[in-house]
Design a protein around this ligand. Sequence first.
Ligand code: NAD
Ligand code: UFG
Length: 357
Amino acid sequence: MKNKILVTGGAGYIGSHTCIALHQAGYEIVVYDNLSNSSREAVNRVASLIGQPIDFVEGDIRDTDLLRQVFSDNQFFGVIHFAGLKAVGESVAKPLMYYNNNVSGTISLLEVMAEYDVKNLVFSSSATVYGDPEVLPIDESSPRSCTNPYGQSKLTVEHILEDLAVSDESWNLIPLRYFNPVGAHPSGQIGEDPNDIPNNLMPYISQVAVGKLSKLSIFGNDYPTIDGTGVRDFIHVTDLAQGHVAALDYLLSYLEQQTSIEEHSSNKKSSIGFLPINLGTGTGTSVLELVTAFSKVSEQDIPYQFVSRRAGDIASCYASADKARDLLNWQAKLSISDMCQDTWRWQKMNPNGYNLA
Ligand code: NAD
Ligand code: UFG
């Protein structure tokens, strides 16, 4: 075993896939989740996919006593911090809940990490911090701005991490800015399990394809894009999961190098500080292109209608993935067709998600 990692929010969609990738890469994991937007069944399925039990703690990141207990029971190399609320519309209706959970929760985690001198963090940030981008593809130096409390909570955490890195040079803080995660594990055992009617495009399409929903509404066909519909950088969740492993591997080898520099010269060991990295494919796909690809893969008709634009949406958003390639030696490998295929398999095998009733 390489190193032990605390995975907050590890029962969720991206966290569960990342747990598998971490295990396969030789990391030992402890999952910490309050199950507010996930189920124990996801953890059970991850355990069965990796063929061993998961060290799981049911708890809230704002519960510092419980966090302290977990940190004193384990020697962590670092934390991957997925735990957070993520529904943009809900964040507009309940901003305090979002700031409390996402910002106060992260502060609580960072305080306990500092107490236990665990200063390596990979944080789930989002392309939403780029707002409406002026230049495409979006690189990490693009200006940041947000228009809703969810996005603002991610941006605020990024600012907190930047300040922390300035205040104390021993922190290594890597916010990964995800573009649009979709897809599911190829086994069909784990995937995205939205509550109620999905807000996001891919789960909506797959529920139309399986017959749970009757018709997709496409929000706008008058954007300045290839076919008038919105363009996004969809990335397969297993590629995204590998991006987290790549970030940790990079951090480990960086720190090893620094230790050897320190041993062989009088130079002081330096840390990474605040290092934001995009995780995207670098390619934009339109809403209509995704619908067509899903229809082809699933061999299902996907009825749709054009409706007016959704408030707050932008026309196009796709990443420059160069920094991840150059620094982490990571690139997304899976195609739009793979994303649709794996989503479809998960949807067909689990029409009610993790709800087994
Ligand atoms: P998810 O809701 O499936 O997973 C988040 C997990 O965190 C859930 O299991 C939930 O129960 C847990 N959680 C929430 N608040 C908690 C708390 N206070 N204490 C302990 N556990 C808590 O979401 P996801 O799609 O897997 O997203 C993971 C992270 O990535 C989130 O921070 C999200 O904001 C971010 N992100 C997601 C997307 C996306 O489109 N899915 C895009 C960009 C960024
Ligand atoms: N769309 C539809 N119909 C739907 C749902 C979505 O036409 O029923 C369109 C949207 O208008 C947009 C595209 O599909 O053009 C993608 O929309 P999503 O809701 O799937 O994703 P967003 O790009 O709006 O946002 C997502 C997450 C955010 C995250 C962002 C960047 O929801 O939390 O990606 O990572 F910040």
